[in-house]
Design a protein around this ligand. Sequence first.
Ligand code: NDP
Length: 212
Amino acid sequence: MHIVITGANRGIGRSLADHYRARGHDVTGTARDGSSDLALDVTDPAQHRTVASLLEDRPIDLLICNAGVYLDKGHDIDGYPAEMWAQSFAANVTGVFLTVQALLPNLQASKGKIAIMSSQMASHTRAPGGSYIYRASKAAALNLGRNLATDLRADGIAVGIYHPGWVQTDMGGPAAEITTDQAVEGLTDRFEALSLDSSGCFETWDGRAHAY
Ligand code: NDP
């Protein structure tokens, strides 16, 4: 398989890339600091165009929209500047859309799959308060994925939206519940199982359907 992963330089994205490479798959990792195969800041349309032109017409079997930020972690209610909303949505929502849009011909060529890394914090049924920006942006990414699933069905492209678990990364912190290896073990099973029958699903890393 040819697998493209955004934010592949650290955290879950890096571990997903390592996992697939170790199993002989062809991985194109992207990173905004240029430390993976291709340089890509997912908020930048010009860089998306460059990535698409470098990949030419090479089919993509699995696109993992993993890059994301959690800028408002631990903020008080008076600590949510408008610029933080803009930056977060640019990465977590617009960034996902621009990635799919730029690589759509490559996905169409192989009837590939799209995996969007959302979060349990996207769910409307789970509202403990706080982290307004992150929650809203991940809810938007979930909504985007659900609607892409509808529109891309005719192309044979399945779209899944995932909660990767609370994972020990820079974002998740050292107290998180699972390691990146555990998250990747579960997520890769989910991606393999994703089909047009399950397109639009919102699932946890360990295979449970998540409430929207
Ligand atoms: P990390 O903070 O460890 O890594 C985030 C990755 O996203 C980095 O590679 C980072 O690149 C990249 N990134 C951020 N902004 C951009 C951008 N504008 N353009 C390109 N790359 C960017 O996070 P995790 O690995 O923990 O998280 C991966 C995904 O999983 C995220 O979408 C996150 O929201 C989601 N998630 C994580 C959970 C957890 O517990 N860890 C729980 C639920 C969801 P750089 O090094 O340049 O900053």
